[in-house]
Design a protein around this ligand. Structure first.
Ligand code: ZN
Length: 212
């Protein structure tokens, strides 16, 4: 399975631009630049959605609007961890970065190559590679009837092997691979080729944590 996608250079995904997800902003830049752009150029309430620990969030994706060879920002999350009375507050113009970990949920679609199946790669980008925060990411069909487990979890070759068996994604470290066949199976019903990306975040964000 993985051999078929051995030609994918996962770390190179960080150099591929994505379009800014904010309406009417045409800016295009790499995922980490996008994170800085979203925090400095846009109001948090225009660009981010606050999500608490263990609360599922779904993002609709129109498959036909994805551009092969490009990154796509599927969702921008202000992750708050477990709700903390008195500290947590909704995402407002003065987002408390102290209490939230901004994360971009990215989707890369590989370009079509003869005799090679296209890959759809989901990954999480944050300013700090927090080992305290992880996520379960799965795909759902347009009717929420079928859920495909994201078991094809690949890890950045520079990082240590996966320790847990739950196939959780860690920011800036893991990549979740789906094939064009997986996507086709999810799009079998319905005229519009649309799927949902479901994310459930776990752990306590600490924006000041720096991994040793
Ligand atoms: Zn923008």
């Amino acid at each position: 399975m993985y051999q078929r996608f051995a030609n994918l250079n996962l770390e190179a995904l960080y150099g591929i631009p994505a379009m800014c997800p904010v309406t009417n902003c045409q800016a295009q830049m790499s995922p980490l630049e996008m994170l800085a752009h979203l925090m400095m150029r846009h109001s948090p309430q225009d660009s981010m959605i606050e999500i608490a620990e263990d609360v599922p969030k779904q993002y609709e994706v129109d498959i036909d609007k994805l551009t092969p060879g490009r990154n796509h920002s599927i969702g921008v999350i202000a992750y708050e961890g477990a709700p903390k009375p008195g500290l947590s507050c909704a995402v407002t113009s003065d987002l408390q970065i102290v209490h939230h970990l901004p994360i971009i949920l990215m989707l890369y679609v590989s370009p079509p190559i003869l005799n090679t199946e296209q890959a759809y790669i989901l990954y999480l980008v944050s300013a700090v590679p927090s080992s305290l925060v992880s996520a379960n990411v799965t795909l759902l069909d347009g009717f929420h009837a079928h859920e495909k487990r994201g078991w094809r979890c690949l890890r950045n070759s520079l990082d240590s092997p996966l320790m847990d068996s739950q196939n959780r994604l860690y920011c800036n470290t893991d990549y979740l691979l789906y094939t064009a066949t997986d996507i086709r199976e999810l799009c079998l019903s319905g005229e519009q080729r649309r799927i949902f990306v479901k994310i459930v975040l776990h752990g306590e964000p600490d924006p000041f944590q720096v991994d040793a």
